[in-house]
Design a protein around this ligand. Sequence first.
Ligand SMILES: [Zn+2]
Length: 159
Amino acid sequence: MKFKYESQPCGRCGGTGHYSFNQVSGTTCFKCNGSGKQLTRAGGAASKKVTAMLDELWNTTVATILPGDMVWFNVSQQFLGTRMRWAKVARVEPSGAVVSYVENGVEVKVDYLNIIVTYKGKESGAGYGPSMTIRRWKEVPAETLNKIRKMKGVIVEAE
Ligand SMILES: [Zn+2]
C-alpha cells in the first residue's frame, strides 16, 4: 500500500521542477527536488503523523534481519541514486568492515553487516552497523489504517 499526501505546485518553481541554473544541480529546483510539488499544510502534518506511526510499526534493528524478510531498501543500481522500495532479503553477511569509536573512554569495535536484497531479480546491497535502524515490513493493522484514513491530507492507495 501507498500513502499519498496532499500537495500543491512548488512555490519556488511554480510546479515546473526547474529553476535558475547552478553548477551542482543544473536547473533542478532544490525546494521540490525537481518534482514540481510541495506538500500542503495538511499534507505535511499527515506525513509527519503517518511516518511516526509506521516507524513504530516497522522500525527494527539491523541485527534482527533474516533472509526472507522484506525491508525498506535503496534498490537504485546507480551510484548516489536513491530509490527506496520494499525488497526481499537474500543474505546477511559479515562485511569485513569494522567501525570503531570511543565511548566513555573505551574503544568499541563494531562489525558491519552487508544486507543483500533482491528487487525485480536484481541484487542490491549495503553495509550497516548491527544496531542501526531499518524498516521491516509488517501488515499495517486495520485499526492503524482506519486512523490514517480519517486524517486530513492523506490518501491510502492500494499500490
Ligand atoms: Zn520546485
